[in-house]
Design a protein around this ligand. Structure first.
Ligand code: NAD
Length: 378
């Protein structure tokens, strides 16, 4: 079989693996599809979620994702806009009595329907609402970046320990098959040893009034919001923590968007095993979301790597490039199901508060490296 045919065969077998094609590959014997029909069991116990902050991410991604969850249901909404919350409550079957605002948020402690709180507010508000949520006796999932500073992250971790409640950071890419497969290959001896990671993350910020451009609400510029994906990728692909970092920052002079925070930051990481990472992060270029793991005998590339859907992986070995065909999942459903499962089974989440703290600590070092023009050791 030629190498070209090999690619086709793998793609076909993957689809069979997903149950989309009812065929016996060796005998090419097609079976009666109805014989394969599996009637799903009724859902078991679902944990109740409260969504805090009804902005773009909550409306377009998180609330719709509950339809794909077996262990998680939305039961409460927290918002400063009662009309918006009432409308969304009607759409998602949330009892109107379970609509809260930022003032009566703490009274969630008296609502036994709520098990887990999902913080989807501007970054500068994550710490306060996470700590208050934990003090209300609820488990908390916080959006990324975990907070504005490492000190805030530590405060959130301490509050979780004190309340004996779980704290997870919403690094959705860790819960979906493409990035999981990239991690497996990058950390294995397949394609040889990993030598370099190249990762780019950015988009052209169109709204000059965005909270993302305000230092107190965002914590920083493109690095905090989107460059964190490149940093995360370098860390999860190596499974190591960087030993030292370099960085260079730039904001277009006179651009009113970048009065308080940086437009772009390019950075390098050196990991203890000798793997080097080159990353870029920007609010000034067209949307970028890709990484390449360069190994001694081949490379693996994801482009897009971190989009909500349509992820693509190419693997190069010898003179062949193979495009991988993996199961597609809703990233937000997957991460919420993981959190619900951890609460049900009393397990530590894959991306606990400590993982968010590690990113904030490195980002702080990157800003220091950029400001001083010096390599910063960690
Ligand atoms: P958004 O601006 O669309 O929504 C923010 C919400 O917070 C709005 O409903 C707004 O009314 C509310 N809010 C309350 N107090 C506010 C204040 N003082 N200033 C501004 N807004 C205030 O933002 P978003 O895109 O939904 O982002 C929310 C969080 O989710 C951020 O932490 C962001 O980094 C994160 N996020 C994560 C992903 C991901 O893929 N995991 C994607 C987008 C955003």
């Amino acid at each position: 079989m030629s190498k070209g045919n090999e690619i086709t065969r793998r793609g076909f077998m993957t689809r069979v693996g997903q149950g989309l094609v009812a065929a016996n590959v060796t005998g090419m014997l097609l079976k009666d599809a109805s014989a394969q029909l599996v009637v799903p069991e009724p859902p078991g116990k679902k944990l109740g979620w409260a969504i805090v902050g009804l902005g773009s991410l909550s409306i377009h991604q998180i609330l719709p994702a509950f339809a794909q969850c077996e262990k998680s249901k939305v039961v409460a909404l927290v918002s400063g806009h009662p009309d918006k919350a009432a409308k969304l409550a009607l759409r998602y079957g949330v009892n109107q009595k379970n609509i809260y605002n930022y003032q009566n948020y703490d009274s969630l402690k008296d609502n036994p329907e709520v098990d887990i709180i999902y913080i989807v507010l501007p970054n500068g508000m994550h710490c306060e609402y996470t700590v208050r949520g934990l003090q209300a006796g609820k488990h908390v999932l916080s959006e990324k970046p975990m907070a504005n500073t490492p000190a805030e992250c530590q405060q959130m971790i301490d509050a979780g320990r004190k309340a004996n409640r779980k704290l997870m950071v919403a690094y959705r890419c860790r819960y979906e098959p493409y990035n999981q497969e990239a991690i497996r290959v990058a950390r294995s001896n397949e394609l040889g040893k990993t030598k370099v990671i190249l990762a780019d993350a950015g988009f052209n910020m169109s709204d000059p009034n965005q909270w993302r451009l305000k230092k107190d609400l965002a914590g920083g510029g493109s690095l905090m919001d989107i460059g964190i994906y490149a940093l995360q990728a370098a860390r999860y692909l190596t499974g190591e923590e960087p030993a030292e970092v370099n960085a260079m920052m730039y904001s277009t002079p006179g651009d009113p968007r970048f009065k308080e925070v940086e437009e772009a930051i390019n950075f390098q990481l050196r990991f203890p095993s000798g793997i080097l990472a080159n990353c870029t992060s920007s609010y000034g270029y067209a949307w970028q979301s890709h990484y390449r793991v360069v190994k001694s005998e081949g490379w693996l590339e994801m482009d897009p790597a971190t989009a909500y859907s349509g992820l693509r992986m190419r693997v190069h070995q010898g003179n062949m490039i193979e495009e991988k065909d993996l199961p597609v999942v809703d990233h937000f459903a997957a991460e919420m199901e993981h959190m619900s499962g951890c609460v049900m089974e009393n397990k530590e989440p894959l991306t606990p508060g400590e993982e968010g703290l590690r990113d904030l600590t490195i980002m702080k070092a990157l800003y220091e490296a950029a400001k001083t023009g010096r390599t910063v050791k960690l």
